[in-house]
Design a binder for this molecule. Structure first.
Ligand code: ATP
Ligand code: MG
Length: 657
């Protein structure tokens, strides 16, 4: 084994820009440096205190953590709570019933204002309806919906009954829905006639019909929300309209209290690296860490902030940071049904201006897309209400980070780059906005109470300046409790690579200060002449060129170097076609920024990149293309025509030498 191989990954990029929080921001910040000290002194005591302070427990827990059956954790042992009561009722009881829970903005421009008191009634009605349909504690409910308030209400109604939900992203096919219904053996499917997307009504219910026609013996009823009023076929005896059932139900429902470890939901990973995994989360630990992180990472002041997480509720970000974390904290939120460019490319910024959004949480893919569209679009709106900006889903390239801060954040709003996964349930590595001096492109430090490290092949921590694999070295409250119905795959995927450590599957490095930088998936690491190169830094070098908006790099088999770096880039709108020398220019630029070894052998200018429905670049498909293989499982791809476009382009392009 060569030295580089034991060392893990190359550390190529050095970023020197720093942004300290302003004294005014730090002054009013929810989280101060004392949190780190408190957690370091007594980690479990720290979590116990967070849990008691942030949540209402019906029965107090007796032990904070039971790790005797590792890797199957039990947190807040013996405690009982109701998650929906914590997210809704207790805020009404505390006198905050009139506070807005959701400003809903439909894509066609229709709006609804839902207070916590409204939410309480709606959740009670939905819970009563599900109960009448025979949903008991422990039964599973599949939710296949557009992003509308009933989706959140349905999730909370399930939580209220102790019936784990499995939300399936509304953009998925009947096949994907079918396999998820079977996997969970769902008793009820909650759906809508359709939703609005890019200016027109699209149908959802037919996909449910098609899924159930493939055979799903566990399903007894389908509950259908009327969103678009399009013609919808209803199966007698099985399908019920939401407005005729939930609409008529009683607003009174007394919650039961469930064990801290009672299952809350099953959710599938995005499928970026392979077949999606059904991740299981439970109640007390999950709600503790989602509310703790939501409050401290976003500097939430629930009385005054208006918070907007742009993720679809079909992804974990929507679960943890549009539903459970924010609602447990009594937050006022924006919920927007549609796409950023409908009916115009300024729609998001128009919404920020309209509701005076103060905290925005979105994904690098969206930021890069807005960068591509140009600065003049956000410039048309008043974004001065924004005071904290968050990023999640992929590494954010330093250039996109700086753009986000300057153009969206008025050069003053701190950015929190939050690293976490479906499996972790909540944010794990992130700056604290009133404490951390931020570095563009780095998620920086484990949150107080979280233990993470970067290790080499042998599981030894790398030195500062070194690269390797990201691991979590201590159990955490919102950790996954397993893969649904598959304990072996759970152990194998996460707990077998290194002894007593959770293997996240991501490459990372520690910089000279020990701050953590995420480098991309371990599966995507390239081996070029014995150097192990990760994707993120080369992509960031490309994006730092003024003509480039987005980039994806992959390693393709190469006779001389083992693998060669192949890059796919999208140019910024203002760059036109980039000019005749753009490819050479970009290669030279990467060479100058991070060194000759990282220079892409081939660069392809493309119009789009293959992305998952959650907006992540699927490099494994690009690798298939670069190696002239048949393209692998693309079922979670947002737009399948993208692959044909790219393949055609590749045939015409000549390799650079
Ligand atoms: P699958 O596991 O099916 O391949 P997925 O990993 O895309 O899908 P998610 O759980 O939605 O499913 O994504 C988590 C992953 O997203 C992380 O493991 C990491 O690769 C990436 N990620 C999330 N946030 C960040 C961040 N702030 N910086 C870098 N990478 C991030
Ligand atoms: Mg993953």
């Amino acid at each position: 084994m060569t030295e580089q191989e034991t060392a893990g990954l190359e550390n190529l990029l050095h970023e020197n820009r720093r942004f300290a929080p302003s004294p005014e921001f730090s002054e009013q910040a929810v989280a101060g440096p004392e949190l780190y000290e408190a957690a370091a002194t007594d980690r479990l005591g720290f979590w116990a205190r967070q849990s008691r302070e942030l949540l209402s427990w019906d029965t107090a827990f007796t032990d904070t953590l039971d790790w005797t059956d590792a890797p199957f954790a039990k947190w807040f042992v013996g405690g009982k709570l109701n998650v929906a009561y914590n997210c809704v009722d207790r805020h009404v009881e505390a006198g905050n019933g009139n506070r807005v829970a959701f400003h809903f903005e439909g894509e066609p421009g229709d709006t609804r204002t839902i207070t916590y008191a409204d939410l309480q009634k709606e959740v009670a009605k939905a819970a009563n309806t599900l109960k009448n349909l025979g949903v008991n504690t422990g039964d599973r409910v599949a939710i296949y919906m557009p992003l509308i308030p009933e989706t959140v209400i349905a999730m909370l109604a399930c939580a209220r009954l102790g019936a784990p939900h499995s939300v399936v992203f509304g953009g998925f096919s009947a096949d994907a829905l079918h396999s998820r219904i079977l996997d969970a053996e769902a008793k009820i499917v909650i759906t809508a006639d359709g939703g609005f997307r890019r200016g027109s009504a699209s149908a959802l219910k037919p996909a449910v019909d098609a899924a159930l026609a493939k055979g799903a013996p566990s399903v007894s009823n389908v509950l259908v929300v009327q969103r678009t009023e399009q013609d919808t076929e209803m199966t007698e005896g099985r399908d019920l309209w939401w407005h005729e059932t939930v609409g008529e139900a009683s607003t009174q429902h007394t919650p039961e209290f469930f064990d801290s470890e009672h299952p809350l939901f099953i959710l599938y990973t995005s499928g970026t690296t392979g077949k999606p995994k059904g991740i299981l989360h439970t109640s007390g630990g999950y709600l503790t860490q989602t509310s703790y992180t939501h409050r401290n990472v976003f500097d939430l002041h629930p009385e005054t902030d208006v918070y907007w997480c742009t993720a679809d509720v079909g992804w974990v970000t929507g679960h943890s940071y549009s539903v459970y974390g924010p609602l447990a904290n009594g937050t006022t939120q924006v919920l927007y049904e549609g796409t950023p460019d409908s009916p115009h490319k300024g729609r998001w910024w128009e919404i920020v201006e309209k509701y005076k959004v103060s905290i925005l949480y979105t994904a690098p893919t969206a930021i890069r897309t807005c960068m591509k569209w140009g600065d003049d679009i956000p410039a048309q709106f008043d974004l001065s209400s924004l005071r904290v900006l968050g990023s999640v889903g992929e590494s954010i390239n330093p250039e996109a980070w700086v753009w986000y801060r300057k153009v969206i954040g008025g050069d003053k709003a701190p950015i929190v780059d939050t690293w976490w996964q479906t499996e972790t349930g909540a944010i794990m590595i992130s700056p604290l906005p009133g404490v951390t001096e931020t570095k563009p492109g780095s998620a920086q430090v484990p949150l107080p109470g979280i233990a993470a490290d970067v290790v080499d092949d042998e599981g030894r921590p790398v030195e500062n300046g070194g690269g390797g694999y990201l691991v979590l070295t201590e159990p955490w409250p919102s950790m996954l409790r397993g893969i649904w119905q598959d304990p072996e795959r759970f152990k194998e995927t996460y707990w077998s690579r290194f002894k007593d450590m959770y293997f996240a599957g991501d490459g990372a490095k520690k910089d000279e200060d020990g701050d953590i930088w995420l480098l991309g998936r371990v599966d995507d690491v390239m081996n070029v002449s014995g150097h192990r190169l990760s994707t993120t830094e080369i992509e960031s070098a490309l994006v730092s060129h003024p003509k480039v908006a987005e980039a994806a790099v992959v390693g393709a088999n190469d006779e001389t170097s083992g693998q060669a770096v192949v890059a796919f880039v999208i140019l910024r709108g203002a760059a036109g076609d980039g000019g005749p020398d753009v490819i050479q220019e970009l290669r030279t630029h990467v060479g100058n920024e991070i060194g000759p070894i990282a220079k892409p052998k081939r660069i392809l200018v493309v119009a789009e990149l293959p992305k998952t429905r959650s907006g992540k670049i699927m490099r494994r498909l690009l690798r298939d293309v670069a190696e002239n293989r048949e393209v692998g499982d693309a079922s979670t791809l947002a737009d399948t025509s993208v692959m044909d476009l790219i393949q055609t382009g590749l045939k015409d392009a000549k390799p650079e030498d």
